[in-house]
Design a binder for this molecule. Structure first.
Ligand code: UDP
Length: 263
């Protein structure tokens, strides 16, 4: 059975934009959550007939990595939902004339997803991060979303030899939504490899979201987030990220060149 967005056939024409060959869906966080809600309802109604669907929050580093990593590119372009995580992506969609309405980050979306799960009785599984972190994040989410049912938490590892036992844990937990924190692109590729066997309606990579929720890492002040400077704060806290963040200027130059070619 196909998913609601595929059924409407709208994805290519109305919803999506290609940024350097990588698909981005132009939805607000609210619309993305509504869509996730539909996916979960559909799976609950039709159970195993509906395969697990992947949600990806794409940032500039993802795009640069996906241009050279074929599997990662396929994973993003085939995902059910690809939302713009980061002002760089939002800026690019504007520059290319097909603007995304807003930034939809994994870290901001997770608490809202938890509220949706609490309201609708969906069970949330938190996979990944260092031992103990998912448990602390789960406590915080339960405080933010009273009534939330945490199906389970488990650090595990993205190593393929651990896949079967992890899938079994998720099956036993009867999860509707699985969040995976193994860092990009490992978490997205983990979900992509296991999509057909993942016993849940939706799976989403969330990067450092549990670390922020658990208070293990500090997030940039709101003003910096609004100005699109969250990356600068992360760089200040974690200078080793400089190598990954070189993707930002590369991304901007490539978008500017591509935009000019089109003009
Ligand atoms: N992580 C993990 N196992 C791994 C690699 C990473 O559990 O083999 C976790 C790590 O502890 C952290 C998250 O994945 O909680 C990645 O966070 P990061 O901020 O690096 O992700 P990003 O958002 O930058 O991709």
């Amino acid at each position: 059975m196909s998913s609601p967005m595929l059924q409407t056939g709208q994805r290519d024409s109305d919803i999506s934009v290609s940024v350097l060959g990588i698909r981005v869906d132009r939805l607000t966080q609210h619309q993305a959550l509504d869509y996730i809600d539909q996916l979960i309802s559909l799976r609950r109604e039709h159970s195993e007939e509906v395969r697990c669907q992947q949600v990806i929050t794409v940032n500039t580093e993802f795009v640069i990595e996906a241009r050279r990593n074929t599997a990662f590119r396929a994973c993003i372009n085939e995902a059910e939902l690809v939302v713009p995580d980061g002002m760089g992506i939002v800026w690019a969609t504007r520059y290319l004339g097909r603007p995304a309405p807003e930034r939809v980050t994994g870290t901001d979306t997770l608490p809202e997803l938890a509220k949706l799960c609490a309201a609708r009785g969906y069970r949330l599984y938190l996979l990944g991060a260092a031992p103990g972190v998912a448990e602390s994040a789960a406590e915080r989410l339960c405080a933010l979303a009273p009534g939330l049912q945490i199906a389970g938490t488990y650090a595990g590892s993205p190593d393929p030899t651990e896949e079967e036992p992890i899938l079994e844990r998720i099956r036993q937990a009867q999860a509707d939504v699985v969040c995976v924190a193994y860092g990009a692109p490992a978490q997205e590729l983990w979900i992509y490899r296991n999509l057909s066997r993942l016993p849940a309606a939706v799976a989403m990579g969330v990067g450092g979201a549990y670390d922020f929720l658990a208070g293990r890492k500090l997030r940039a002040p709101k003003a910096m987030q609004r100005m699109g400077l969250e990356w600068l704060y992360r760089l200040y806290r974690e200078p080793w990220r400089i190598w990954r963040m070189l993707a930002i200027p590369r991304f901007m130059i490539l978008v500017l060149l591509k935009g000019q070619k089109k003009a």
